[in-house]
Design a protein around this ligand. Structure first.
Ligand SMILES: Cc1ncc(COP(=O)(O)O)c(C=O)c1O
Length: 396
């Protein structure tokens, strides 16, 4: 007997949202009508005038020519793990329990949350912040516990808010530094206060440092694990942003802290890592040359992004009712917008009327009553100028 009853998706997928890609569906429809679309929505440098450095491509090519297309160790190729460990030590990490190469930082984030959080427990997430964490928590039937970044204080994490949000079901605290979507860099003092709270409440620190080398105005990044040497901390990084290779899907997790205190979590993390076999073998060949080879692409990228950041920030701040904190890192701005309707209506209207794709602030979480857009700083100046003209026109 056959039946045509609809195949109902699992409940756990109902709350999964990922606005960065969801808005692309409408953008594609508009493009199919033959209209011009300006993409200011996706944090992929390769879509613009940036390219993966040649020495990374050559290393991956070499790996494939040498036949490294089989499964590798679950935690990664020895040479890649050694390069990640050596860089972590150069940065001052003292108690490294485990390094694991993953399919982008994303996979490490998913493995870590899966290894740690039970249904009904919660994780403190920066708001606004990158939406992968809440998507994975939905899947695990666990709770996102949002804490605010303070726009009036350059989007620094609001430590008092973090403290107020901790409860007996809180297991971990995520810090994205520099942050996506605000481009803010957390100060050493703020990070120290966060570590103190994590210690008091036995929370695992998730340090998402995927933008740690994309810094403006000579700013310096403080790796969170170095302020919490004996405390359970997991640092995420990879080739997607600083090494201009998001499609390589190559990231890593570094698990640090007192070995015994962390042992059960470290074991569970690696059990999950073994269950997915390994990450891409050939792309791991790029890790050592990335971390130890020529870094000149970074200076070039930062120089170009600084010009684009200044252009966008100046234009936005000159628009009536708009205001924009100048980012210190990453490649996004998150301005407050002047809109009578919601940020979604503004974002969708801007796309429908003028073909400018941005991501509405609710896609990242924002304080009740505030309205933002995330704008990517990666496009060349003429595109940014044109997009700013259109945003200004639409806002009027
Ligand atoms: C804060 C943050 N973490 C993680 C990721 C995902 O990185 P990957 O491409 O290494 O999976 C992104 C991608 O935009 C991000 O912005």
């Amino acid at each position: 007997m056959t039946t045509n009853r609809p195949i109902v998706a699992a409940q756990r997928t109902r709350n999964v949202k990922y606005a960065i890609r969801d808005i692309v569906v409408l953008a594609d429809e508009i493009k199919q009508q033959g209209r011009e679309v300006l993409h200011l929505n996706i944090g992929d440098p390769i879509k613009f005038d940036f390219a993966t450095p040649d020495h990374l491509i050559e290393a991956i090519h070499q790996g494939m020519l040498e036949g490294d297309t089989g499964y590798g160790p679950s935690h990664g190729r020895a040479e890649a793990v050694a390069a990640i460990t050596a860089e972590a030590k150069r940065k001052g990490f003292e108690q490294i329990n485990q390094v694991c190469v993953t399919t982008g930082a994303s996979e490490g984030i998913e493995l870590a949350l899966t290894a740690l959080v039970n249904p009904g427990e919660n994780v403190l997430l920066p708001t606004p912040g990158y939406p992968l964490y809440s998507a994975v928590l939905s899947k695990l039937q666990a709770e996102a516990n949002p804490y605010y970044l303070d726009e009036a204080n350059g989007w620094q994490p609001d430590v008092a808010d973090i403290e107020a949000k901790i409860n007996d079901k809180t297991r971990a605290l995520v810090v994205i530094n520099p942050n996506n979507p605000t481009g803010s860099l957390s100060s050493r003092e703020t990070l120290q206060q966060i570590v103190e709270l994590a210690r008091q409440h036995n929370l695992v620190i998730f340090a998402d440092e995927i933008y740690d080398k994309i810094l403006f105005d000579g700013a310096t990044h403080v790796p969170l694990a170095t302020l919490a040497q004996d405390h359970p901390c997991i640092t995420f990084n990879g080739l997607s942003k600083s090494y201009l290779g998001p499609g390589l899907r190559c990231g890593w997790s570094i698990l640090t802290g007192d070995k015994e205190h962390c042992a059960d979590f470290t074991d569970a993390f690696m059990k999950m890592a073994r269950a997915r076999l390994c990450s891409n073998s050939p792309t791991q060949w790029a890790i050592k040359p990335a971390l130890e080879g020529d870094q000149s692409h970074l200076e070039d990228m930062i120089n170009r992004l600084t010009v684009r950041r200044d252009l966008v920030v100046d234009r936005l701040n000159a628009m009536p009712g708009f205001s924009c904190v100048k980012p210190t890192g990453a490649f996004y701005v998150f301005p407050t917008i002047a809109a009578n309707a919601s940020d979604w209506d503004f974002g969708l209207g801007l796309l429908r009327e003028h073909g400018v794709v941005t991501v509405p602030g609710t896609g990242f979480g924002q304080r009740e009553g505030t309205k933002h857009l995330r704008i990517v700083l990666l496009p060349p100046e003429p595109i940014l100028e044109k997009a700013m003209d259109l945003i200004e026109k639409f806002a009027r």
